[in-house]
Design a protein around this ligand. Structure first.
Ligand code: BGC
Length: 271
């Protein structure tokens, strides 16, 4: 399905962290389809990133792959320099890279805690800081967008839904919710928009165990009133809208894209 014109993000330069697979890859495809140039960031999956770049280019889009670990400050600075050297600036940051490293709380190691917080939360800080500095340096170019820049923080329903066995992950996403709002408040007067997307269960490698067998999927669907597991492109389409001037008056807000997972499905009959 193609909801948008091919010109919607024409001339805009986007960076998608964790762009080589899952939700990130769908966001790269969706942005490229409407005319944005896309940096596909990856940490270790060079093959996946190159394949995606080739696919986007085969369809007439423009993309490059840049390796960087978003939790390492020097990597992030290098990635932004490479992007700005290549294309002059950045208009859209989709801070998407995220990991799960699950454990029952009493067994969770400090390494598991630190790693998840480093990628999911500190990674967003490091990338957003570089983007904000570049947006402020450049200011608004009205031919390109009403805003000086747009940041989309990829969060999760678990920024408001507690998740036993995943305390590190849910904490990182809960922190991200307030990161997004506080940053939005701080930079709005510079015409920088910061919003979040909180996906529910989307079919990607991160949660394969939860949907790949029939039994697992049936169990998962008890948590989803809309009765289907999400497709990565459900998120891709929303990212396009949030990155475009169609959402120009929106900042500091989160789109929950979850088939109703955050509607307390148990209360349909209970309570
Ligand atoms: C997690 C998935 C999970 C989904 C819904 C996401 O943030 O990464 O593993 O299926 O939330 O619970």
């Amino acid at each position: 399905m193609n909801f948008y014109t091919q010109e919607l993000l024409k001339g805009q330069r986007a960076l998608v962290t964790g762009g080589s697979s899952g939700i990130g890859a769908a966001v790269c495809r969706a942005l490229a389809k409407v005319g944005a140039k896309v940096v596909v960031n990856y940490v270790s999956d060079a093959v996946g990133a190159d394949q995606l770049v080739n696919e986007i280019e085969a369809e007439g889009g423009t993309a490059i792959a840049i390796q960087a670990d978003v939790s390492i400050e020097d990597d992030v600075k290098r990635m932004f320099s490479e992007m700005i050297d290549a294309w002059g600036s950045i208009d859209i940051l989709v801070a998407n890279a995220g990991i799960q490293w699950d454990a029952p709380f009493h067994e969770m190691t400090l390494e598991q805690w630190n790693k998840v917080l480093a990628v999911n939360l500190t990674g967003q800080f490091l990338c957003a800081r570089e983007a904000v500095n570049e947006f402020n340096r450049r200011g608004v170019i009205s031919d390109i967008s009403c805003a000086a820049g747009k940041i989309i923080c990829m969060s999760s329903v678990h920024d408001i839904v507690p998740w036993a066995g995943h305390v590190n992950y849910a904490t990182s996403k809960g922190g991200l919710l307030m990161f997004m709002k506080s940053l939005a408040q701080e930079v709005a007067h510079n015409r920088i928009r910061v919003n979040g997307i909180s996906p529910g269960a989307i079919k990607t490698p991160i949660n394969r165990h939860a949907w790949e067998t029939h039994e697992a999927e049936a169990e998962l669907l008890t948590l989803i009133p809309y009765q289907r597991v999400g497709d990565p492109m459900d998120i891709g389409h929303a990212a396009v809208w949030l990155a475009s001037d169609a959402s120009d008056y929106m900042t500091g807000t989160t789109l929950y894209i979850d088939g109703g997972m955050t509607l307390y499905p148990g209360f349909r009959e209970g309570g």
